[in-house]
Design a protein around this ligand. Structure first.
Ligand code: ZN
Length: 365
């Protein structure tokens, strides 16, 4: 019997199989298993070499060797396949552990490490807070474009063609003055869009950016934020408006806050009112000799926003029968609200996105 024919003996094959199974079992990872596969099932493996010898055998010896080698190959192959599945599962588990991120841990450690954690801008937070208050009362969020058709921004809201707010000294016009497109000067055009898109009853709130040609100073900015509210239903009155705004004021400034309406004029509401808050610094006490209140300039009240009953002309423009339905609307500046709420005295702090300012407000709502 030649050296080569020993390769096909039962002893040789059993040895090759047990050696392969032992190494497969010890493989620690897929790379190791790949090498073991090459050594024990590859072209130069003992079993592959034995397989080549079959051709030189005859008769019964040939068929026995063929059967033995076939079984050996399938045993080794099955062991390789099983171990591969096990190692793949192990690898996925370890990746899940290694890549696990504990966000609370990061935040908890933030103050004591050099890791810089951002903060939400308080304007975003307050807009969401106000939206939440109204969503809880059954309002929907309405949106409109910031580059708005002049018709929506002015005409549809009963603002006459010669109204001073339409001049280019107050309003940003897009391209040319006769383009018919402006950067919206208020969130009120969303009211008209909401009325055209929906049928009464309508309850919407519209927070968003607005634009006016103001220079940036301590109390003005050319880009600022408003929140607008509109309700159209049967039998709505000023009492509903007052109750709604009182509720908002209490959620923003606390249960003790007092509000008042002061008669005013807006083209799109009739009657119209300014919404004032009782000054929370001097508690509405008019000027005393020993105290000069800078917050309300000794007025005792602070102007917060504008409101009123929707002008019937505006309802009719939107195709709503003003003899069957009435509506109320209100709007207030978010920067102004934030400044009151947190005693912020300079508008620059709100537009400069300095993390030393915003981080004081954290991430919450
Ligand atoms: Zn005051």
């Amino acid at each position: 019997m030649s050296q080569d024919s020993n390769l096909v003996s039962a002893e040789s094959i059993n040895l090759a199989v047990s050696s392969a199974l032992s190494e497969i079992d010890k493989a620690n990872d897929l790379d190791e298993l790949k090498l073991i596969k090459l050594n024990h099932a590859g072209d130069r493996s003992p079993i592959a070499l034995a397989n080549r010898e079959i051709g030189s055998l005859q008769g019964e010896a040939k068929s026995e060797a063929g059967k033995r080698i076939g079984q050996a190959r399938s045993v080794v192959k099955e062991a390789l396949d099983n171990r591969m599945v096990e190692l793949q599962n192990n690898r996925e588990d370890s990746i899940l552990v290694a890549e696990k991120v504990d966000v609370t841990q990061v935040l908890a450690n933030a103050k004591s490490s050099s890791l810089v954690v951002g903060a939400r801008h308080p304007l975003t937070t307050i807009a969401e807070h106000i939206a939440d208050v109204f969503i809880a009362m059954g309002y929907e969020i309405a949106e409109g474009p910031e580059a708005e058709a002049e018709w929506f921004n002015f005409d549809s809201l009963n603002i006459s063609e010669d109204h001073p707010s339409r001049s280019s000294s107050d309003t940003f016009y897009v391209e040319s003055l006769d383009s018919g497109v402006v950067m919206r000067t208020q969130t009120s055009p969303v009211q008209m869009r909401a009325m055209l898109e929906r049928k009464p009853p309508i309850y919407v709130i519209a927070p968003g950016k607005v634009f006016r040609t103001d220079e940036l100073d301590a109390t003005h900015t050319p880009v600022f934020h408003q929140v607008e509210g509109l309700a159209v239903d049967k039998n709505l009155t000023m009492a509903d408006l007052k109750g709604t705004l009182d509720h908002l004021a209490k959620t923003m400034f606390g249960e003790e806050i007092e509000t008042r309406f002061r008669p005013s004029y807006f083209p799109f509401t009739e009657p119209s009112a300014e919404l004032d808050l009782k000054c929370f610094v001097c508690k509405g006490v008019n000027k005393k000799e020993d105290f000069d209140c800078k917050t309300c300039r000794n007025e005792g009240w602070i102007e917060w926003g504008g409101c009123g009953m929707v002008n019937p002309n505006v309802l009719e423009t939107a195709g709503i029968d003003s003899t069957r339905y009435s509506g109320f609307a209100f709007g207030m500046g978010l920067e102004r609200t934030l400044m009151f709420r947190y005693g912020i005295t300079d508008m620059h702090d709100l537009v400069e996105a300095d993390i030393r300012f915003t981080s004081n407000f954290g991430l919450g709502i």
